[in-house]
Design a protein around this ligand. Structure first.
Ligand SMILES: C[S@@+](CC[C@H](N)C(=O)[O-])C[C@H]1O[C@@H](n2cnc3c(N)ncnc32)[C@H](O)[C@@H]1O
Length: 135
């Protein structure tokens, strides 16, 4: 892994840690309408539109890559009943996502891996989302 990638992971780890602070969650709720400790600009309204466009429903399998602390993948799984696989590299975000997934009663898997090479035998998904990753 390059020094640049390592620096980026550290930077996001710090951002996911701060994102759990009550004041940050209050700001997030006011700005985007959600409280997942997100570092992207996807609003709740936009995420709900994604659920419709992707036709998410129980029995479908969603990949949310670059999922950070779980936004928007966990929300999409919770609101539609689909299964979700979350993948990212900063462990701080993945820990938060794992906790939130349990708290929200969502069926899914959290994986510490680059989306470029997923350590999964079954790599079939019905839909994929990413929020501010391909930039
Ligand atoms: C701007 S953050 C958005 C995180 C989350 N989707 C959100 O809305 O809060 C972008 C995330 O993409 C992740 N990322 C970048 N390249 C990745 C890759 N190849 N595989 C998985 N995650 C990646 C970063 O580690 C970072 O957590």
């Amino acid at each position: 892994m390059s020094d640049e990638s390592r620096d980026l992971i550290e930077e996001f780890d710090a951002r996911y840690r701060i994102g759990e602070e009550p004041v940050m969650l209050r700001i997030e709720r006011a700005v985007t309408g959600s409280d997942y400790g997100a570092t992207s600009y996807t609003t709740r309204g936009q995420a709900d539109r994604l659920a419709d466009l992707l036709d998410l429903a129980p029995g479908k399998r969603l990949l949310d890559f670059g999922s950070g602390a779980g936004w928007p993948g966990i929300h999409l799984a919770r609101s539609t009943g689909c299964d979700v696989v979350l993948t990212d590299l900063p462990l701080e975000g993945l820990r938060t996502a794992n906790r939130r997934m349990r708290d929200d009663g969502v069926r899914g898997t959290v994986i510490a891996a680059t989306a470029a090479s997923l350590p999964l035998q079954d790599q079939r998904f019905d839909a994929a989302t990413s929020s501010d990753v391909l930039c």
